[in-house]
Design a protein around this ligand. Sequence first.
Ligand SMILES: NC(=O)c1ccc[n+]([C@@H]2O[C@H](COP(=O)([O-])OP(=O)(O)OC[C@H]3O[C@@H](n4cnc5c(N)ncnc54)[C@H](O)[C@@H]3O)[C@@H](O)[C@H]2O)c1
Ligand SMILES: [Zn+2]
Length: 346
Amino acid sequence: MPEIMANTNHGKHPILIRTGAIAQLGEVAARTVRTHKAFIVTDSIVEGLYLQTAKDALAKADFEVASYTIPSGESSKCEKYLFEIYQALHDFGMTRSDLVIALGGGVVGDLTGFAAATYMRGCHLMQVPTTLLAQVDSAIGGKTGIDMPFGKNLVGAFYQPNAVVIDPGLLKSLSRSRMAEGMAEVIKYGCIRDAMLFEAIEKGQADMEWMLERCVRIKTTVVQNDEYDTGERMLLNFGHTYGHAIEKVSGYTKYTHGEAVAIGMLKACEIGQKLGVTPDGTKERIQAVLEKWHLPTTTDLPMEELYQTMLSDKKKLNGKVYFVVLKEIGDAKTCPLSEQELKDLL
Ligand SMILES: NC(=O)c1ccc[n+]([C@@H]2O[C@H](COP(=O)([O-])OP(=O)(O)OC[C@H]3O[C@@H](n4cnc5c(N)ncnc54)[C@H](O)[C@@H]3O)[C@@H](O)[C@H]2O)c1
Ligand SMILES: [Zn+2]
Protein backbone atom coordinates (compact mmCIF):
# COMPACT_ATOMS: atom_id res chain seq x y z
CA MET A 1 0.00 0.00 0.00
CA PRO A 2 1.38 3.47 -0.79
CA GLU A 3 2.73 4.91 2.42
CA ILE A 4 4.02 8.44 2.41
CA MET A 5 6.17 9.68 5.28
CA ALA A 6 5.38 13.27 6.20
CA ASN A 7 8.35 15.06 7.77
CA THR A 8 7.34 17.94 9.99
CA ASN A 9 8.94 20.08 12.69
CA HIS A 10 7.20 17.74 15.12
CA GLY A 11 8.56 14.48 13.74
CA LYS A 12 7.43 12.06 11.07
CA HIS A 13 4.09 10.43 10.54
CA PRO A 14 2.80 7.91 8.01
CA ILE A 15 0.04 8.64 5.51
CA LEU A 16 -1.46 5.42 4.21
CA ILE A 17 -3.49 5.30 1.03
CA ARG A 18 -5.34 2.10 0.23
CA THR A 19 -8.81 0.89 -0.66
CA GLY A 20 -10.08 -1.04 2.36
CA ALA A 21 -7.62 0.65 4.75
CA ILE A 22 -10.42 1.43 7.21
CA ALA A 23 -10.51 -2.24 8.16
CA GLN A 24 -6.85 -1.91 9.21
CA LEU A 25 -7.34 1.11 11.47
CA GLY A 26 -6.55 -0.93 14.57
CA GLU A 27 -3.24 -2.22 13.22
CA VAL A 28 -2.17 1.24 12.09
CA ALA A 29 -3.17 2.75 15.44
CA ALA A 30 -1.34 0.02 17.36
CA ARG A 31 1.89 0.65 15.50
CA THR A 32 1.77 4.45 15.77
CA VAL A 33 0.67 5.00 19.38
CA ARG A 34 1.29 3.06 22.59
CA THR A 35 -2.18 3.33 24.09
CA HIS A 36 -5.13 0.96 23.79
CA LYS A 37 -7.76 3.58 24.30
CA ALA A 38 -9.28 5.41 21.33
CA PHE A 39 -12.01 7.99 20.93
CA ILE A 40 -13.63 8.54 17.53
CA VAL A 41 -15.33 11.79 16.54
CA THR A 42 -17.57 11.58 13.48
CA ASP A 43 -20.65 13.28 12.02
CA SER A 44 -24.27 12.21 11.69
CA ILE A 45 -23.90 11.03 8.07
CA VAL A 46 -20.56 9.26 8.35
CA GLU A 47 -21.72 7.59 11.57
CA GLY A 48 -24.28 5.50 9.71
CA LEU A 49 -21.82 4.62 6.93
CA TYR A 50 -18.48 3.80 8.53
CA LEU A 51 -18.42 4.17 12.32
CA GLN A 52 -19.12 0.52 13.06
CA THR A 53 -16.42 -0.66 10.66
CA ALA A 54 -13.93 1.68 12.31
CA LYS A 55 -14.94 0.55 15.80
CA ASP A 56 -14.71 -3.14 14.85
CA ALA A 57 -11.26 -2.61 13.34
CA LEU A 58 -10.03 -0.96 16.54
CA ALA A 59 -11.65 -3.56 18.79
CA LYS A 60 -9.92 -6.31 16.80
CA ALA A 61 -6.59 -4.72 17.79
CA ASP A 62 -7.68 -4.67 21.46
CA PHE A 63 -8.65 -1.02 21.65
CA GLU A 64 -11.23 0.19 24.10
CA VAL A 65 -13.33 2.53 21.94
CA ALA A 66 -15.94 5.26 22.45
CA SER A 67 -17.31 7.83 20.02
CA TYR A 68 -19.06 11.15 19.73
CA THR A 69 -21.21 12.28 16.78
CA ILE A 70 -21.66 15.91 15.71
CA PRO A 71 -24.41 16.99 13.30
CA SER A 72 -23.18 16.95 9.70
CA GLY A 73 -22.35 20.36 8.22
CA GLU A 74 -20.09 23.41 8.56
CA SER A 75 -22.16 24.92 11.40
CA SER A 76 -20.89 22.18 13.72
CA LYS A 77 -17.31 23.45 13.41
CA CYS A 78 -17.82 25.69 16.41
CA GLU A 79 -17.13 26.22 20.08
CA LYS A 80 -20.32 24.43 21.20
CA TYR A 81 -19.25 21.07 19.75
CA LEU A 82 -15.62 21.64 20.68
CA PHE A 83 -16.65 21.87 24.33
CA GLU A 84 -18.96 18.89 24.02
CA ILE A 85 -16.05 16.86 22.65
CA TYR A 86 -13.82 17.94 25.56
CA GLN A 87 -16.54 16.78 27.96
CA ALA A 88 -16.96 13.45 26.17
CA LEU A 89 -13.18 12.90 26.21
CA HIS A 90 -13.15 13.58 29.94
CA ASP A 91 -16.13 11.28 30.58
CA PHE A 92 -14.31 8.47 28.77
CA GLY A 93 -11.24 9.06 30.97
CA MET A 94 -8.99 10.10 28.09
CA THR A 95 -5.43 11.18 28.94
CA ARG A 96 -2.79 12.83 26.76
CA SER A 97 -1.32 9.47 25.81
CA ASP A 98 -4.63 8.19 24.39
CA LEU A 99 -5.76 8.43 20.79
CA VAL A 100 -8.37 10.73 19.26
CA ILE A 101 -9.58 9.76 15.78
CA ALA A 102 -11.27 12.12 13.32
CA LEU A 103 -13.53 10.06 11.05
CA GLY A 104 -15.22 12.36 8.56
CA GLY A 105 -14.81 15.25 6.16
CA GLY A 106 -12.95 18.50 6.71
CA VAL A 107 -15.41 19.70 9.32
CA VAL A 108 -14.81 16.70 11.58
CA GLY A 109 -11.07 16.82 10.80
CA ASP A 110 -10.60 20.49 11.67
CA LEU A 111 -12.76 20.40 14.81
CA THR A 112 -11.42 17.10 16.12
CA GLY A 113 -7.85 18.08 15.29
CA PHE A 114 -8.25 21.25 17.34
CA ALA A 115 -9.85 19.31 20.20
CA ALA A 116 -6.90 16.89 20.15
CA ALA A 117 -4.42 19.78 19.99
CA THR A 118 -5.88 21.41 23.08
CA TYR A 119 -7.38 18.67 25.28
CA MET A 120 -4.83 18.26 28.10
CA ARG A 121 -2.49 20.42 25.95
CA GLY A 122 -2.45 17.85 23.19
CA CYS A 123 -3.14 14.15 22.81
CA HIS A 124 -2.51 11.65 20.03
CA LEU A 125 -4.46 12.17 16.84
CA MET A 126 -5.27 10.11 13.77
CA GLN A 127 -7.01 11.59 10.74
CA VAL A 128 -9.32 9.31 8.75
CA PRO A 129 -10.70 11.60 6.05
CA THR A 130 -13.88 10.48 4.29
CA THR A 131 -14.44 13.16 1.62
CA LEU A 132 -12.24 13.71 -1.42
CA LEU A 133 -11.57 17.25 -0.24
CA ALA A 134 -10.43 16.01 3.15
CA GLN A 135 -8.30 13.20 1.66
CA VAL A 136 -6.34 15.49 -0.65
CA ASP A 137 -6.40 18.66 1.39
CA SER A 138 -7.72 19.23 4.90
CA ALA A 139 -6.37 16.06 6.56
CA ILE A 140 -2.85 16.83 5.33
CA GLY A 141 -0.72 19.63 6.70
CA GLY A 142 -1.75 19.96 10.32
CA LYS A 143 -4.07 22.96 10.18
CA THR A 144 -6.91 22.58 12.67
CA GLY A 145 -9.52 24.96 13.99
CA ILE A 146 -13.06 26.18 14.36
CA ASP A 147 -15.24 28.91 12.91
CA MET A 148 -16.10 31.94 15.03
CA PRO A 149 -19.08 34.28 14.82
CA PHE A 150 -16.68 36.84 13.29
CA GLY A 151 -15.24 34.56 10.61
CA LYS A 152 -14.27 31.11 9.38
CA ASN A 153 -11.22 29.25 10.73
CA LEU A 154 -10.19 32.16 12.93
CA VAL A 155 -9.28 30.14 16.00
CA GLY A 156 -7.08 27.09 15.66
CA ALA A 157 -3.68 25.49 15.88
CA PHE A 158 -1.05 23.82 13.73
CA TYR A 159 -1.16 20.26 15.05
CA GLN A 160 0.28 17.25 13.24
CA PRO A 161 -1.43 13.86 13.53
CA ASN A 162 0.36 10.60 14.43
CA ALA A 163 -1.03 9.01 11.29
CA VAL A 164 -3.41 9.65 8.41
CA VAL A 165 -5.39 6.76 6.91
CA ILE A 166 -6.88 7.40 3.48
CA ASP A 167 -9.34 4.84 2.14
CA PRO A 168 -10.56 5.71 -1.39
CA GLY A 169 -13.28 3.09 -0.96
CA LEU A 170 -15.07 5.46 1.42
CA LEU A 171 -15.65 7.90 -1.44
CA LYS A 172 -18.21 5.60 -3.09
CA SER A 173 -20.98 7.05 -0.94
CA LEU A 174 -20.15 10.68 -1.78
CA SER A 175 -22.57 12.64 -3.96
CA ARG A 176 -21.43 13.70 -7.44
CA SER A 177 -21.27 17.33 -6.39
CA ARG A 178 -19.13 16.53 -3.33
CA MET A 179 -16.79 14.53 -5.59
CA ALA A 180 -16.63 17.47 -8.00
CA GLU A 181 -15.80 19.76 -5.13
CA GLY A 182 -12.79 17.63 -4.22
CA MET A 183 -11.84 17.34 -7.89
CA ALA A 184 -11.47 21.12 -8.06
CA GLU A 185 -8.61 20.77 -5.53
CA VAL A 186 -7.17 17.77 -7.39
CA ILE A 187 -7.17 19.78 -10.64
CA LYS A 188 -5.50 22.61 -8.71
CA TYR A 189 -2.63 20.31 -7.67
CA GLY A 190 -2.17 19.31 -11.30
CA CYS A 191 -2.10 22.95 -12.37
CA ILE A 192 0.46 24.14 -9.83
CA ARG A 193 2.79 21.15 -9.58
CA ASP A 194 1.99 18.10 -11.67
CA ALA A 195 1.41 18.28 -15.43
CA MET A 196 1.22 14.46 -15.59
CA LEU A 197 -1.63 14.43 -13.07
CA PHE A 198 -3.43 17.15 -15.03
CA GLU A 199 -3.06 15.24 -18.29
CA ALA A 200 -4.35 12.03 -16.72
CA ILE A 201 -7.46 13.85 -15.49
CA GLU A 202 -7.82 15.53 -18.87
CA LYS A 203 -7.82 12.14 -20.59
CA GLY A 204 -10.11 10.63 -17.95
CA GLN A 205 -7.40 8.06 -17.20
CA ALA A 206 -6.61 8.86 -13.58
CA ASP A 207 -6.98 5.92 -11.19
CA MET A 208 -8.29 7.17 -7.82
CA GLU A 209 -5.59 5.65 -5.63
CA TRP A 210 -2.84 6.95 -7.93
CA MET A 211 -4.45 10.39 -8.04
CA LEU A 212 -4.74 10.59 -4.25
CA GLU A 213 -1.11 9.63 -3.87
CA ARG A 214 0.05 12.35 -6.29
CA CYS A 215 -2.02 15.00 -4.48
CA VAL A 216 -0.94 13.93 -1.01
CA ARG A 217 2.72 13.95 -2.09
CA ILE A 218 2.39 17.49 -3.41
CA LYS A 219 0.67 18.79 -0.30
CA THR A 220 3.09 17.09 2.11
CA THR A 221 6.11 18.39 0.17
CA VAL A 222 4.82 21.94 0.03
CA VAL A 223 3.85 21.87 3.71
CA GLN A 224 7.19 20.30 4.66
CA ASN A 225 8.96 23.25 3.09
CA ASP A 226 6.64 25.74 4.75
CA GLU A 227 4.89 24.24 7.76
CA TYR A 228 3.68 27.55 9.17
CA ASP A 229 2.32 28.92 5.91
CA THR A 230 4.61 31.86 5.25
CA GLY A 231 5.90 31.20 1.74
CA GLU A 232 5.69 28.23 -0.63
CA ARG A 233 2.41 27.07 0.87
CA MET A 234 0.89 30.12 -0.79
CA LEU A 235 1.03 28.27 -4.12
CA LEU A 236 -1.74 26.03 -2.79
CA ASN A 237 -3.88 29.16 -2.94
CA PHE A 238 -4.11 28.99 -6.73
CA GLY A 239 -7.73 29.91 -7.50
CA HIS A 240 -8.39 30.69 -3.84
CA THR A 241 -7.90 34.46 -3.64
CA TYR A 242 -10.75 35.06 -6.07
CA GLY A 243 -12.52 31.88 -4.85
CA HIS A 244 -12.63 33.02 -1.23
CA ALA A 245 -14.01 36.37 -2.34
CA ILE A 246 -16.77 34.58 -4.28
CA GLU A 247 -17.65 32.48 -1.22
CA LYS A 248 -17.72 35.50 1.04
CA VAL A 249 -19.66 37.83 -1.25
CA SER A 250 -22.28 35.15 -1.94
CA GLY A 251 -22.64 34.47 1.80
CA TYR A 252 -21.22 30.91 1.67
CA THR A 253 -24.47 29.56 0.26
CA LYS A 254 -24.59 29.92 -3.52
CA TYR A 255 -21.26 28.21 -4.30
CA THR A 256 -19.43 25.35 -2.60
CA HIS A 257 -15.75 25.94 -1.87
CA GLY A 258 -14.73 23.80 -4.85
CA GLU A 259 -17.06 25.65 -7.21
CA ALA A 260 -15.67 29.00 -6.10
CA VAL A 261 -12.11 27.71 -6.54
CA ALA A 262 -12.96 26.46 -10.05
CA ILE A 263 -14.06 29.95 -11.07
CA GLY A 264 -11.03 31.40 -9.24
CA MET A 265 -8.55 29.23 -11.15
CA LEU A 266 -9.89 30.49 -14.47
CA LYS A 267 -9.77 34.10 -13.27
CA ALA A 268 -6.14 33.50 -12.19
CA CYS A 269 -5.41 32.26 -15.73
CA GLU A 270 -6.90 35.42 -17.23
CA ILE A 271 -4.80 37.56 -14.91
CA GLY A 272 -1.69 35.49 -15.61
CA GLN A 273 -2.28 35.88 -19.34
CA LYS A 274 -2.63 39.66 -19.01
CA LEU A 275 0.61 39.73 -17.00
CA GLY A 276 2.32 37.80 -19.78
CA VAL A 277 3.10 34.89 -17.43
CA THR A 278 0.45 32.34 -18.37
CA PRO A 279 0.59 31.02 -21.96
CA ASP A 280 -2.45 31.38 -24.22
CA GLY A 281 -4.69 28.33 -24.26
CA THR A 282 -4.02 27.40 -20.62
CA LYS A 283 -7.35 28.69 -19.41
CA GLU A 284 -9.24 26.79 -22.11
CA ARG A 285 -7.61 23.48 -21.14
CA ILE A 286 -8.46 23.94 -17.47
CA GLN A 287 -11.97 25.09 -18.31
CA ALA A 288 -12.61 21.94 -20.37
CA VAL A 289 -11.59 19.75 -17.41
CA LEU A 290 -13.72 21.71 -14.96
CA GLU A 291 -16.72 21.47 -17.27
CA LYS A 292 -16.36 17.69 -17.40
CA TRP A 293 -16.94 17.73 -13.66
CA HIS A 294 -19.88 20.13 -14.06
CA LEU A 295 -18.02 22.80 -12.12
CA PRO A 296 -18.97 26.43 -12.83
CA THR A 297 -16.56 28.60 -14.78
CA THR A 298 -17.90 32.14 -14.31
CA THR A 299 -19.88 34.16 -11.79
CA ASP A 300 -22.27 37.09 -12.11
CA LEU A 301 -21.34 38.49 -8.69
CA PRO A 302 -20.43 42.22 -8.83
CA MET A 303 -16.72 42.65 -9.60
CA GLU A 304 -16.34 45.73 -7.37
CA GLU A 305 -17.52 43.76 -4.34
CA LEU A 306 -15.24 40.84 -5.16
CA TYR A 307 -12.33 43.25 -5.52
CA GLN A 308 -13.00 44.92 -2.17
CA THR A 309 -13.25 41.52 -0.50
CA MET A 310 -9.94 40.41 -1.99
CA LEU A 311 -8.28 43.53 -0.58
CA SER A 312 -9.42 42.59 2.92
CA ASP A 313 -8.22 38.98 2.46
CA LYS A 314 -6.02 37.84 5.33
CA LYS A 315 -3.35 36.70 2.85
CA LYS A 316 -2.63 40.32 1.92
CA LEU A 317 0.94 41.24 2.89
CA ASN A 318 2.74 44.63 2.76
CA GLY A 319 -0.29 46.18 1.11
CA LYS A 320 -0.10 43.73 -1.79
CA VAL A 321 -2.40 40.92 -2.79
CA TYR A 322 -0.40 37.78 -3.58
CA PHE A 323 -2.00 36.24 -6.62
CA VAL A 324 -0.91 32.78 -7.72
CA VAL A 325 -0.57 32.42 -11.50
CA LEU A 326 0.60 29.60 -13.76
CA LYS A 327 3.85 29.74 -15.71
CA GLU A 328 2.48 26.65 -17.45
CA ILE A 329 0.31 23.73 -16.43
CA GLY A 330 2.31 22.08 -13.66
CA ASP A 331 4.24 25.18 -12.58
CA ALA A 332 3.07 28.22 -10.62
CA LYS A 333 4.41 31.36 -9.02
CA THR A 334 3.06 34.14 -6.81
CA CYS A 335 2.70 37.65 -8.17
CA PRO A 336 2.48 40.50 -5.68
CA LEU A 337 -0.09 42.97 -7.02
CA SER A 338 -0.79 46.46 -5.73
CA GLU A 339 -4.42 47.48 -5.22
CA GLN A 340 -4.41 49.49 -8.43
CA GLU A 341 -2.76 46.72 -10.48
CA LEU A 342 -5.32 44.22 -9.25
CA LYS A 343 -8.18 46.56 -10.09
CA ASP A 344 -6.86 47.11 -13.61
CA LEU A 345 -6.36 43.39 -14.18
CA LEU A 346 -9.87 42.50 -13.06
N1 LIG B 1 -7.34 22.13 7.64
C1 LIG B 1 -7.18 22.45 6.37
O1 LIG B 1 -6.04 22.60 5.89
C2 LIG B 1 -8.38 22.63 5.50
C3 LIG B 1 -8.23 22.71 4.11
C4 LIG B 1 -9.37 22.81 3.32
C5 LIG B 1 -10.62 22.84 3.92
N2 LIG B 1 -10.73 22.76 5.27
C6 LIG B 1 -12.05 22.76 5.93
O2 LIG B 1 -12.74 21.58 5.53
C7 LIG B 1 -14.13 21.81 5.63
C8 LIG B 1 -14.83 21.26 4.40
O3 LIG B 1 -14.57 19.88 4.30
P1 LIG B 1 -15.58 18.89 3.55
O4 LIG B 1 -15.86 19.41 2.21
O5 LIG B 1 -15.03 17.53 3.70
O6 LIG B 1 -16.92 19.10 4.37
P2 LIG B 1 -17.75 18.20 5.40
O7 LIG B 1 -16.87 17.65 6.45
O8 LIG B 1 -18.89 19.04 5.84
O9 LIG B 1 -18.28 17.01 4.50
C9 LIG B 1 -19.18 17.28 3.46
C10 LIG B 1 -20.46 16.44 3.59
O10 LIG B 1 -20.18 15.10 3.21
C11 LIG B 1 -20.64 14.20 4.22
N3 LIG B 1 -19.74 13.06 4.13
C12 LIG B 1 -18.49 12.95 4.63
N4 LIG B 1 -17.95 11.79 4.22
C13 LIG B 1 -18.86 11.16 3.47
C14 LIG B 1 -18.86 9.94 2.75
N5 LIG B 1 -17.79 9.14 2.70
N6 LIG B 1 -19.99 9.59 2.08
C15 LIG B 1 -21.06 10.41 2.09
N7 LIG B 1 -21.11 11.58 2.72
C16 LIG B 1 -20.02 11.94 3.41
C17 LIG B 1 -20.59 15.00 5.48
O11 LIG B 1 -21.46 14.49 6.45
C18 LIG B 1 -21.02 16.37 4.99
O12 LIG B 1 -22.42 16.43 4.90
C19 LIG B 1 -14.32 23.29 5.82
O13 LIG B 1 -14.66 23.55 7.16
C20 LIG B 1 -12.96 23.88 5.52
O14 LIG B 1 -12.68 25.06 6.25
C21 LIG B 1 -9.64 22.66 6.05
ZN1 LIG C 1 -9.41 24.86 -1.10
